[in-house]
Design a protein. Structure first.
Length: 515
């Protein structure tokens, strides 16, 4: 095996803010491992330099072999703690043979890789799985049929396991995540960093056309440098039935889960935790003040510590650890949601109000579950100034109010168009008037009357003197594809109709603890 390159050796000497390394590390790149169909799956092996037996950790994804920072965060940092780390490019990506078909082949190829691992002289019979985002899906895919008996634990970070919900939650297509995520997946067919950088530039240059021109089916190709059949399938299949082939199972092994309050699909991670907990499985959950990407940056200390405990088979000091916004503190809890909470219903809309949503000038997505520069928790001042955004603000609080758990908003609404959306967001307004987003969600209006908007989960404290705010709009584009108001299929629609939406009442439903 080869010595680490100079960059990684220098980082090992200087970038030390975690546990001290136990071993030196060597690596072997681009090993060929046979996939389920015989395709050569390229795999990098990071190994601790020791004669002692060490467990194996497997990561599989389209992007996991793309070099820095994955080689450092997952290859070096875990290998130096005493693990054989295998990082494999999915079929048809990163130089691996075959054709890439997102979510379709990960289970069979994962099991084929485990069969290869069994034959290696360094394998001890202890296998763990690890990784973020799509890598979490490949772990769940390993559980769908005949999970390997050597599997000892799973660490699933800022991930998703339900592709349909990932793209179509609330009834509107997740355009921004499909474009940015599509670049991350489709770009891995090339092995050169230059090609990937050109893809990023091309997406930036083509983003305006892809998000504003019609029909979308003809507007998006410049963003990718050509048509992408997979993107078109995601866009044209809102029906859950089409996605059944991507269904996966919960890992039958001790599992650690982590997400961020502004991750792409924290609700999926929380649902996964709930299923495992209710089944009596060994599971722990970490939720930080992070986005999809910042969990592996600002949150790395907590995320790495959680993973290392699971891979070592050590007991977790918490069942659930969450960051409480507003107080900037961590809380260790026996479960999520924590027991002993009180359901509250707070009327935020008591008089009829209207707004006009024009898809030709769609309400923009600012803050929240994005992958752009405005992701996460931000000042909502510019958004709240728009004429197509309604804001309902409570009185200054006399005492602290802490929301814990799921948040929903019941809106009695109607729209003049064939189709309309309701985007609702809860904000924390400080005494100076700064309004920051806490949680949000979108739901399609199916008929006149009550519409329940799922705003996800939160752990956030409103301090005395702060105010609770509800923001309502007709969309958040391009996080959610704008509603054209015509009811036409989103891929081929060529017309847009402005929507007049009337709100007659609105109630926030949440759970609280008061201090």
């Amino acid at each position: 095996m080869d010595r680490l390159p100079l960059l990684l050796r220098l980082m090992r000497r200087r970038a030390r803010n975690g546990p001290p390394p136990r071993y030196d590390v060597r690596r072997e790149l681009a090993l060929t491992v046979p996939g389920a169909d015989g395709s050569a799956l390229l795999t990098d092996h990071y190994a601790p330099v020791t004669d002692k037996p060490c467990p194996t950790v497997m990561l599989r994804a389209p992007y996991i072999r793309s070099g820095f920072p994955w080689d450092w965060l997952y290859g070096v940092l875990f290998a130096e703690q005493g693990f054989h780390v295998l990082m494999q490019s999915s079929r048809g990506t990163g130089g691996s043979g075959g054709a890439f078909d997102a979510w379709r082949n990960e289970g069979p190829d994962g099991r084929a890789t485990v069969a290869w691992i069994r034959e290696q002289d360094w394998f001890t019979g202890e296998l763990y799985t690890l990784g973020p985002s799509y890598t979490a899906y490949t772990q769940a895919a390993l559980a769908t049929t005949d999970p390997p008996p050597e599997w000892r634990g799973a660490v699933m970070q800022v991930g998703h396991t339900d592709p349909h919900d990932f793209f179509w939650a609330g009834g509107a297509f997740g355009l921004e995540r499909a474009l940015v995520g599509g670049l991350a997946l489709f770009g891995q067919t090339s092995l050169t960093m230059g090609a990937l950088l050109r893809g990023i530039v091309r997406l930036r240059l083509g983003l305006r056309k892809a998000t504003h021109d019609l029909p979308l089916l003809d507007a998006y190709p410049p963003a990718f440098g050509g048509r992408r059949p997979a993107f078109e399938e995601w866009l044209t299949h809102p029906e859950p039935e089409w996605w059944r082939a991507t269904a996966v199972a919960d890992p039958p092994v001790p599992t650690s889960l982590c997400t961020g309050w502004w991750d792409l699909v924290p609700g999926q991670v929380i649902d996964h935790y709930t299923r495992l907990r209710d089944a009596g499985r060994d599971v722990d959950l970490l939720i930080g003040p992070w986005t999809h990407t910042s969990a592996l940056e600002q949150g790395w200390h907590e995320v790495f510590a959680q993973a290392l405990r699971r891979l070592r088979g050590e007991p977790s000091p918490y069942a659930v650890r969450v960051h409480v916004g507003g107080r900037d503190e961590w809380r260790d809890l026996p479960a999520w949601p924590p027991p002993g909470l009180t359901e509250e219903r707070q009327k935020m809309i008591v008089e009829e109000a209207r707004f006009r949503y024009d898809p030709a000038d769609p309400t923009p997505s600012i803050g929240g579950a994005l992958q752009s520069t405005t992701q996460g928790q931000v000042d909502n001042a510019e958004l709240e100034k728009r004429a197509d955004v309604l804001v309902f603000t409570g009185e200054p609080l006399a005492e602290e109010l802490t929301m814990m758990g799921p948040v929903r908003c019941e809106l009695d609404a109607s729209t003049t168009a064939a189709s309309g959306d309701l985007f609702a967001r809860v904000c924390d307004v400080d005494p100076a008037g700064r309004s920051v987003n806490v949680c949000d969600g979108l739901s399609r209006i199916s008929a006149d009357g009550p519409t329940l908007v799922d705003l996800g989960h939160t752990a956030h404290a409103w301090r005395p003197g702060h105010r609770l705010r509800l923001l309502v709009a007709g969309g958040a584009h391009p996080r959610y594809l704008r509603n054209y108001g015509t009811g036409e299929p989103p891929a081929t629609a060529t017309r847009m109709v402005a929507t007049e939406t009337t709100l007659r009442a609105g109630t926030l439903i949440f759970y609280t603890e008061r201090r």
